[in-house]
Every structure is written in C-alpha cells, then in structure tokens.
Design a protein around this ligand. Structure first.
Ligand code: FBP
Length: 263
C-alpha cells in the first residue's frame, strides 16, 4: 500500500479538495477561491498532505507549487449539468498525471449507478498502473443513482468503504452521515484502507464543522479531504490551522477554534 505518501503525523491526513470547478462549476467560488493561486498558496502555507485537482489545473499550476505540496491529480470527473444516471469519465491517464507532477491519482466511482461497471473497470486499471509506478490511488466512492435508496445510510456507506478495499484503493474518500457509531462499521469495512471524509457544504459555524471532523476521527477515519469549508471560509488559513491541531494533535474542537482568531 502506498498511502503513506499522503499521511502525516499519527498516520492522519489533511487534504485540500479543489476539483469543484468542474464538479459544481464556478457557483462554488468567491472572488478569492476562483483563483487557483489563492488555493495553492493556502495549501502550501498550511502544509497540507495533498491537494486534489483536475489535470488542467495541475498542468498550469503544478510547476509552481508541486514541489511544495503533493498533487493528487483526479483522472475523471463530470459537471453537474447532465441529468440521469451519473457517470464520471476518465480524461487523464496515470502516465500523464505523473508527468504533471502527481504524487497520487484520484478517481470517483458512483457506486450503484447504471454505469458502475465502466467506472469499476477504469479504476481497476488505474490502481494497477498507479501501483506499478509506486503511487497511491485514491477512490472517491459516492453511492448514487436510481438504485441507491439512501446515499448516506450506514449500510450504503459501508458498501462504499468496502468497495475501496476490494478494488485496491489506498485511500477511500466518503461522505459522512453524522452517525459516529454507524461510521465505525463503515470504517471497519474498509479494512486496512484508510478512510477520509469529505467536508460537504459549508457549515454555518466553524465549531460545528470542527466537531463533525472530530466525530469522524473518533469513528476511525484518518482525516479529511475537504474543500468548501476551507476556501469558502472568511478565514481559510485559520480553519486549516484549527483542522491541523485537531487532526494531528487531538486538540478538542472547542480549543482548536481559537486558532481561527490569530491566523
Ligand atoms: P467538499 O469538502 O467541498 O464537500 O469537497 C469534497 C468533494 O468530494 C470534492 O472533491 C468534489 O468536488 C465534491 O465533493 C463532489 O461532491 P458532490 O458529488 O456531492 O457534488
């Protein structure tokens, strides 16, 4: 397993996600976060364990920042515009990602979609190639589509976690369902594969976000791969600092939040 390249102290991780320009479109961005320089600068200053971007952004900004922050190049994606069953198509190879400076590659699987088989096949090939080149493959496993009755039930998320293990992912990225006990079962299903959680929409207040992250750690997750709750924030460096204290030093959310005031 190659996930060590993306882990920090205590085997935990703080990853910044910035693939939203395609996944959600510019609606997610504000005047600062629309600029990749701004987000890369945050990643470097906060010394995150990785930044997840699509190949175009890696191509334009990787040379400037790739030396300072590990690049996780996402190999597939989709916009939010098409209706119907989700399929995230691969538009970048492992080889190209490495030539762009990738320390790891990422891929989204919509488990349960009508197009699941294509995504499982593509990811299988990606794992094979990434491992032959000694880099980790990160799976975003998001159960989605008509066949999926409840994307966030513990059983569904456990299935997503298990899929990461069965396919050879090094890290599996999941949504969190605000159920600490249930999520322990989810994490167990991933076996030796480390689980990281997405941040989701921006929380109303910092403390509720930090508490959510704390709960995921308690359930056994190794950290977060988070986007909007950082770069949509008024104080993105402060929230990264607070996350870092929480994740790597087990500082409780109520204390970690103080880092927001002097960052
Ligand atoms: P957030 O922390 O902003 O939720 O980002 C995590 C993430 O997985 C991104 O990498 C991705 O662009 C987005 O969520 C996709 O979310 P969804 O498919 O639910 O719209």
């Amino acid at each position: 397993m190659f996930q060590d390249k993306l882990l920090g102290r205590k085997g935990r991780t703080l990853i910044l996600a910035y693939d939203h320009g395609l996944e959600h479109g510019p609606t997610d961005f504000n005047i600062r976060s629309v600029d990749p320089d701004f987000v890369f600068d945050l990643a470097v200053k906060a010394k995150v364990n990785g930044i997840a971007v699509l190949p175009g952004v890696a191509e334009e900004y990787g040379k400037k920042y790739g030396f300072y922050v590990p690049l996780i190049v996402k190999l597939n994606g989709k916009s939010y515009l098409p209706e119907g069953e989700p399929y995230s198509s691969q538009f970048c190879s492992v080889k190209r990602a490495i030539s762009l400076g990738a320390s790891a590659v990422g891929y989204t699987i919509y488990l349960g979609s009508q197009y699941e088989a294509r995504m499982l096949k593509e990811f299988g090939r990606i794992v094979e190639e990434a491992h032959s080149r000694h880099i980790p493959a990160v799976a975003w496993v998001y159960p989605r589509g008509q066949a999926v009755k409840d994307e966030l039930s513990t059983e569904t998320l456990a299935y997503a976690a298990r899929t990461g293990l069965e396919l050879g992912a090094d890290l599996v990225k999941l949504k969190y369902n605000n159920d600490v006990e249930g999520f322990k079962w989810v994490v167990r299903n991933a076996g030796m594969v480390d689980v990281v959680v997405a941040g989701g929409e921006k929380h109303q207040d910092y403390l509720s976000f930090l508490r959510m992250v704390k709960n995921t750690l308690e359930a056994g997750a190794k950290g977060v791969a988070v986007g909007r709750n950082v770069w949509q924030s008024e104080n993105p460096l402060g929230i990264l600092e607070a996350l870092s204290k929480l994740i790597f030093h087990d500082v409780p959310p109520e204390k970690a939040i103080s880092y927001l005031t002097h960052a």
